[in-house]
Structures are given as C-alpha cells and as structure tokens.
Design a protein around this ligand. Sequence first.
Ligand code: NDP
Length: 614
Amino acid sequence: MPSRKFADGEVVMGRWPGSVLYYEVQVTSYDDAAHLYTVKYKDGTELALKESDIRSQSSFKHRKSQSSSSSPSRRSSSRSRSRSRSPGRPAKGRRRSASQSREHKEDKKKTIQETSLALPVFVLFKPSENNTKRYNGEPESTEKNATSCIILEQKLKPDLEIKRVLEQYSLRSRKDDKKKEEIYSEKKTFVAVKPIEKVPTKTKEMEFGGRIGTFMLILFLPATVLYLLLMCKQDDPSLLNVPPLPALESLWDWRVFGVILLWFFLQAAFYLLPIGKVVEGLPLSSGRKLQYRINGFYAFILTAAAIGVLLYFQFELHDLYDHLVQFAVSAAAFSLALSIYLYIRSLKAPEEELAPGGNSGYFIYDFFTGHELNPRIGSFDLKYFCELRPGLIGWVVINLAMLLAEMKIHNLSVPSLSMILVNSFQLLYVVDALWNEEAVLTTMDITHDGFGFMLAFGDLVWVPFVYSLQAFYLVGHPTTITWPVAAAITVLNCIGYYIFRSANSQKNNFRRNPADPKLANLKFIPTATGKGLLVTGWWGFVRHPNYLGDIIMALAWSLPCGFNHILPYFYVIYFICLLVHREARDEHHCKQKYGLAWERYCQRVPYRIFPYIY
Ligand code: NDP
C-alpha cells in the first residue's frame, strides 16, 4: 500500500479547516510521521491537512467561482445582508432614508469587493457558528486540523443540523433544489469518512529564538529583575554603575517566602468565593467553552479592606521597601516551582487541551512557553487566576508600600506629587483591568499561549516587581515636579487610557457580538473563517491601537520620575520592545488564520502601532 495518495506539486482540492469548503491547493510536502500534507492555497496560506481532507480535482464537479451560488463573494454578500452578521445594518424597524440606503448599498458593494477571495470554492454551505468560532479560537490551524475535522463530521451527522445551518445562513435562498441535493450528498460523503486517529501535533515553528533563546530568557529574565532592583537601591542608579552582587544568604528569607505563599493562597481563596458572574470563554478546539468566574474586582476590594485593617493596626507595610529584593527572589522561586508543576502536568494533558505551541519536544522550549492551554485543578483555572490577581493586585500593594516608605523615610506628611501620579495612574490601570476582567478572555495569553514559565514568571514576578520600579525609584530618588507639568502628564495618561480602553472594548464587543447595535457604524472585512476584521474605528486607525494607548500610558508613568536617570524609563523602553515583538507574533498568527483577508486588512490599515511611523 502506498503511504501517501497525493504527490508533491499535485494540484488537488483541500478542505478549509473547520468548514466544509474546498479550495484548490497545491501539495508542497508530506510529513510521514504525522501523516499530514502541507498544502498551499492560492492566497499563499499554507496549512497541514490530513489525507481525508484532500480530494482529487476529478472528484468534484467544478463550479466556477463566478457562478451565482458558489462564489465566495456571493457568500459574503449574503452574509453582509443578513442582519445578524452585519453590524453595519441599522436595527430592525429603523427606517432608512434614500441617501442612507444608497450609502448602504455602496458599503455593501465595498464589502463584497473586499470579501471576494479569488479562490474557487467547491462545496457551498457554511459551518455552523460553533464550528467557525471553534476554528477561529485556534490561530494555529495547522496544528488543530485533525481535531476540528473529527468534530465537524460528528456535528454534521443529523440532517436537522444541516437544515439548521442552511437556514442560519439563508442558503435556502438558493432556489435550485439540485444544488441543495449536491450539498446533502456532500454531507453524506463526510459522514462516511472514518474517524481519524489523533496525531500528536508537534510545534514546528519555534518562537523566542528557539531552544537557545528560551534558555537565555529563563536565565536573563530573573537576572534582569534582580539587577533592576539592586540598581534602583543605589544612590547613583546610572547604567554604568553596576551594583555589587549581594551575598546569597541576604537574598533569601523563609518568612518572606511564607508571605508570598500566604498572598498567593489568599488571592486563590478570593477567587473561589461564589461572588461575581460566571461567563463562558471563547470556544476551544473541541468546541467546548470553559466557564470563568468574574470576581477580580471583588478580590481587589477585599484585599484593599484587608490592607486597610492592617494599616489601622499599625502594620508596617513600608518595610516592604527594605525587603523588596527578597520578595522578588521568593516570588521567582515560587513561579519556578509552579512552572515545573505545569510542565509535568502538561505531559499527561489530553490533546485537545494543549496550546498550539509548546510541543517542540525540547524540554527547555516547552518548559518556557508552556503547553497546556487552560490548566485547571477542578474549576480553578491556574492561568486565568495568575493573569490578573496575585501579580496585578500585588503591584498596587507594592506601590502603596513605596508611597508609605517615601513618607516615612523623607518625613513627609503627604506623598510627593510624583509619587501620587505614579500610584494613581497605575492604580487606574489595574482597577481597569480587573473591572474589565472579562476582556482578558479574548487576549492571546488566554486563547493562544500555553501556561509555562513565560507567563508564570511574567504574571507573578515581572509585573509586580518591574512595573513598580518607578515608585521604588522615587523613594530613593525624590523628584519634584510642578503642577503644570503634573497636569500635562495627567492629560497624556488620560489620552493613552482613552485609546487603550476604547480600542480594547471595541474589539472585545465585536468579537463577542458582531451584531451589537453600538458597533453598527463600523465596517469590517469578513474572512473565510466567519469572523470579521474591523477596518474602521480604532482598528482602522492602526493595526494595534490598544498597544499604542498602552505605550502612551507607559510614558506617562515614567515622566514623573524626571530626567536624571534612564532607569525609570526602563518600563517604557522594554514595553515598546515587548509590544513590537508581540505584534509581530500576532501578525504571523493572523496571517495564518485569515490569509488573503488579513493582507487586505494590512493594505487598508498600513501602520502597525504608531501612525505614519511603524
Ligand atoms: P489584542 O487584544 O490586540 O488581540 C489581538 C487579536 O485581535 C488578534 O489575534 C485577532 O484575534 C484580533 N484582531 C486583530 N485585528 C483585528 C481587527 N481589525 N478586528 C477585529 N479583531 C482583530 O492582543 P493582546 O492580547 O496582545 O493585548 C490585549 C491587551 O493587553 C492590549 O491592550 C495590550 O496593550 C495589553 N497588554 C499588556 C501587557 C502588559 O504587560 N501591560 C502585556 C501584553 C498585552 P482574533 O481574530 O482571533 O479575535
């Protein structure tokens, strides 16, 4: 028996993952071990497909892409006409004036132009919303193809389901019954396909410089935290004035480690409280949606009350200033232990619970990136919990401790204006994140990245101890600013916050409910996956407006520290590097997910983060 059916270079029909659409593709290679073909679509998208997702061209009755029913552009236009799919349409019952109607027609025409995929499509009915969303939640379609197809076949079995799908997408408007028959017969072909064995998916493209890069990062990140904190404690924190290495025993205190444990478990207890609503996350590769309790803001209020009580009883929170390095070392040790636990449990995690990355087979790489997407102990979601609570709330507590330390050390009755600004801006950022906790469920961290050292260290050490650097700096290096300067910095922070918040909310609302009437004025490019890409509003301004707002805020947090040293600007410099790299990663994922539609989006919105610059 031949091990493969299709040869390299052969032009065949390949199924678009998560759908029953077939496009003309060219086989570029075959992976013997994984039994996967790498195929190239006409728009340049490369995916790995199972043999069962590939058909010879002769097995299809070719319908030209221009034909009335099978053109993707027609599909898109019918979709854009459907109210439920088009936020551009006015609410039902609202009358439209002639000019509005003309405008609308033009918009529709534009959308149609934007959405024509220039690819011949061969089986024309759309996946159900669930299927679409499930696929969409998986940026690495290459890796998830096997699973998605099995589920699709199961879902397609009942005829009723087919009918529902057809109704949902108004495909009944296709009057030609014969075409319907073709659709049904195609469905039968799918049902007949045997279930496919799960193929362990290997991470092919390694990020962060691969094994060497991640090994260096595992050493470099903790060393940087230590270096920054030690530098900040010096009278002269200039870059060339390298701090002496402290004695090892001075870095460790079991009582401090105990406080870190107490803090983590206190926040875990708050997380488990049955207060706050429970929402569903985006669909996983299996189509399942996990439930998340939204009570981060309550956890913050409870923490604030607990700190208030401690301060009332004269608890010396300002002592944190003297022990900050020890706290950072203990938090790093804890995050290392957590990462080891996460790595071990990921080895046994079921295939459908794994992130697309983190399975390179190289211990260092997989340990760093993490492999399990949503590690949970019962209903306790470790990644979601760490993402916003212990680190983010811890950051605010450290800032407060620095404010008290400044007052104590410099014998002030009120904190300095610089310290007030830094504390207030960062408090706003944290409160905003907790208030809008639900929005974290659509971020890359939750939907794409595994939970490993990178996120554990980032959430539990980097965020609380590096992001509080400005407040830490101000205790040892008092900086006076005038009221007009303070007002100007405040305006800058507000501008950054406004861009950041409205961009994130716009995308989050659009992803959760594209038919939201509040988004009716926004235009979008539909994609083959069923999700749209906003091309007006903030997401038509630059491709990552939320990053732009975040960077503006980062600058506003550093400016109150004056210009004597570059150290307090570490955050904004690092943050620009982080977000430029993150943007490149996201760009890569989106190109894979959306192919030509993403290229169209990039043409429409040429700048990534900074308008007219980058
Ligand atoms: P984003 O929230 O920017 O999400 C990127 C995703 O948005 C893409 O993968 C795509 O996903 C979707 N998308 C892209 N373009 C469009 C469009 N035109 N229309 C609709 N959807 C689009 O990613 P992050 O998770 O990186 O950032 C979330 C927030 O967290 C940002 O504000 C960022 O600044 C902040 N952040 C803060 C950090 C910190 O340390 N303070 C660190 C990292 C991030 P899909 O199509 O699959 O929905």
